[in-house]
Each structure stands twice: as structure tokens, then as C-alpha cells.
Design a protein around this ligand. Sequence first.
Ligand SMILES: [Zn+2]
Length: 255
Amino acid sequence: MTISNPIQIILNNNKTNHPMVDIDIIKSPMKYEILDLLRHDEMNFEDIVKNTSKSKASVSMHLRDLRKEGIVNYKADPEDNRKKIFFLNSEYLGSLDSSRIKLAKKDQTKLLIDEFIKNDEIDYFILLTHTFKSLLFEFGMDISPVLQKVGNYIGKYLYEKLKDDDLDTFLNNISKYWIKNNLGKLSYNINNNIEITCIDCFESMHSEKIGLPSCYLEKGMLETLFSEYFKFDIKILETKCYSMGDEKCVYEIEP
Ligand SMILES: [Zn+2]
């Protein structure tokens, strides 16, 4: 999913002892441009200027602000001590996107909870995941990179539990784990690529229809499980999702 020009939220670990409440929201397009460059790799001052096509003075001023805020830091270039290499000091947290607020219905989280109260069979884990995501969405907050990363970590742990050299056994182990833990019913379609279908997905089965896929946790888990199995980094695309109005979630491993 591409977001045109989201406001970045940077978690600043260095400023206070309470990093969770100390969030800087970057509104300046120029600062956003610099942060976007540094998100990919550290960079020296000259290259930042070249890549932003702004004057040295302007880049220097924005870098100084970002350094003052503790978001960006620098070190001396080992090849030339007079030069500085800038890098991000903080972890990327997510983004705010006002178009999401328009997609979210007013009180959608309250309506969701009302539904859950009516149907008191809801698993606590499903209640937690759905409520958490719905509320963030209502605020126009997109933390999908974080959810996906969390999924990646869980996937690493799961791989150790579920691994098998034989692909069928491995897939079967994953399905059994998903059923046992109420994560959903998985099935696979293997042709040129692998397609994974999840019915009753824990992450989205009760979610609001927003026209976008929303299962970043599950996507991250599957991504790591299959990357570990195939021993190279694979990317997964969620092509169908309950939150897109589908009756299932479908993931495609990009060939
Ligand atoms: Zn989904």
C-alpha cells in the first residue's frame, strides 16, 4: 500500500525516560524528504544536498533541527574526517494518514465492541487485535510497518517450532498451529507461486470494510515462516481480506 504523503511519527528514544509518550510528528516536507532518504541508509551531507536539490544552507538548517530533536545524529566519515555522515537516531514507528480517517466510520470501534458484547464467544486475542487496530484506524494512524515487524519476530519463533524439510509437512504444521490457536483455517494453492487462504482470520474477520487489506501481523508471520523455509527473503502480498469486503484473506508469495 502506498500512502501519498503521510506525516511520519518518530519514536524518540533519547529524549526522555518515557519514549512512548514522546512522539515527534514531522510536518515539514523538507524534513520528511531528509528522513525518507536516511530511512534507507546513512548518508553524508553532500549526498543529502544532491538528493534533495535544495540549497546547502536549507539542508543544513533542517538537519540541525532534526539533530536538536534527537531524531537524526551524525558521525565523522572514516575516509574524510571533515565530512559528516548522518543517520536516523530513532526507529520508524508508523504514519498518520488523514485519508484513513475519512475511510473509518464514526464510532467504528464502539460499534465493534457492541457487536463483541452481543456475541460473547469472542476469543480475547481476537477482541484485543481487532479493537487495537480499529481504534488506531479511527485516529488515522497506520502502524502497519510495526505490526508486520512484530509478525516477523513471531514468525521466527514459530519456524523453530513448525519447521520440516518436507513442504507438505511444513504447511500442515502451520495449519495445525493456526487452528489450535484460533488464528484461522489455512489452505494452500501451489502452482507457479504459493497462495495461502485464511478463513476466519484472527486479525480481520470482524473488521470494518475499509477497502484495504489489513492483516499485517499475519502477513509478517507468514513472510518469515516462508523466508526461513526457502532460505531467502520472500515478499507476501495480501490480495483479499475481510477488511476489503472479501470472505477470506488471501496471501500470495511473490515469485
Ligand atoms: Zn486479511
